[in-house]
Design a protein around this ligand. Structure first.
Ligand code: DP6
Length: 324
């Protein structure tokens, strides 16, 4: 019997950036995201008595030990809960440009949490699934839900999980400008850790988050996509400012990211409601009205190629799927 599960990626509008506890992944702050339809991962876990180690196949290629670490964390938790010791084979297909800051770990670890728990015969609640996915990768805890979700930081393994905020059945969308789909130099895990430990700007970031989060929730409740974009852009710029103060300093921006940000500002001058956000990579994500996605894309084709531009709408939460 197969246990295929699909999870969609999410993009944070209020960013998670820094951990209070690095071992069990308790964040410094609450974050809020939008799950999208365009990027997802499909995963099937099989526990097999004949295996002597866990195996991960990504797009049919067996992966080395390093990329297994996050996967093992989730599998070990599932084994403990189910009272089994059996090793697992994980088959995963990524419909996400891997590790380009497009949050592939979010959809990947969420799908893994869903499939591994099914394979072990556990019947977990969404809250438990979110908690489990979090241990693989923090942002994954938000991909359990469709639409907007808030990761409530909590203070322990059991109390740190995401909750649904709004289904996003209204006029909001995202357009990705892919400026580089290669592996990033500084992973989000290392980047946030270095920033928390060394950046004098980090406290300033933390101090302004409460205000950003409550303004964001108000904008979502009013279905005001313009305000949502405005707050998200401000929040992302503050997060990225913290990395410049770190020792050694670093940035996820490339010259191409700056060109993309300029293109978004130009769109605003032309009267579009368009703002951007960025994660731990050089790609730029535009937050806009869903009804204006195609028009905005057409404008951007002056500066970028068709294959660099990917439109996305709000997507669903974790799904069990049938796959041949
Ligand atoms: C910039 O969830 O990848 O995308 O918990 O260490 O696995 P770990 O980090 P990860 O960090 C995501 C950081 C971010 C912002 C966000 O998604 O909130």
């Amino acid at each position: 019997m197969s246990n295929w599960v699909r999870a969609h990626t999410n993009i944070a509008l209020i960013k998670y950036w820094g951990k209070e506890n690095e071992n069990v992944i308790i964040p410094m702050n609450n974050s809020l995201s939008l799950t999208l339809d365009a990027f997802y991962t499909e995963t099937n876990v099989t526990f097999n008595e004949n295996l002597t180690t866990d195996e991960l196949y990504l797009d049919n290629q067996i992966q080395d030990f390093d990329s297994l670490l996050k996967v093992k964390t989730v599998l070990d938790l599932v084994r403990k809960k189910a009272g089994i010791k059996t090793k697992a084979r994980v088959d995963s297909f990524n419909y996400v440009p891997t590790a380009a800051g497009l949050a592939s770990s979010a959809s990947g670890l969420a799908a893994l949490a869903g499939s591994a728990s099914l394979a072990a015969g556990l019947n977990l609640s969404q809250k438990e699934l979110s908690t489990l996915a979090r241990r693989g990768s923090g942002s994954a805890c938000r991909s359990i839900y469709g639409g907007f979700a808030e990761w409530q930081k909590g203070h322990s393994h059991e109390t740190s999980f995401a909750v649904p905020v709004d289904e996003a059945n209204w006029d909001i969308g995202m357009l990705f400008i892919i400026v580089n789909d290669k592996q990033k130099d500084v992973s989000s895990r290392d980047g946030m850790s270095r920033t928390v430990k060394t950046s004098p700007f980090y406290q300033g970031w933390l101090d302004s988050l409460g205000q950003d989060l409550s303004a964001m929730k108000e904008a979502i409740a009013k279905q005001d996509s313009h305000k949502v974009g405005e707050i998200a852009e401000r929040n992302a710029l503050k997060m990225h400012a913290t990395t410049l103060g770190a020792t050694p300093p670093f940035t996820y921006w490339s010259p191409e990211s700056m060109r993309a940000m300029d293109a978004v500002r130009k769109l605003r001058k032309q009267g579009y409601s368009a703002h951007f956000t960025m994660d731990a990579g050089p790609n730029v994500k535009i937050i806009c009205k869903q009804s204006e996605l195609e028009e905005i894309k057409a404008h951007l084709l002056n500066d970028f190629t068709e294959s660099q531009l990917i439109s996305a709408k709000p997507g669903p939460g974790l799904q069990k799927i049938e796959k041949p």
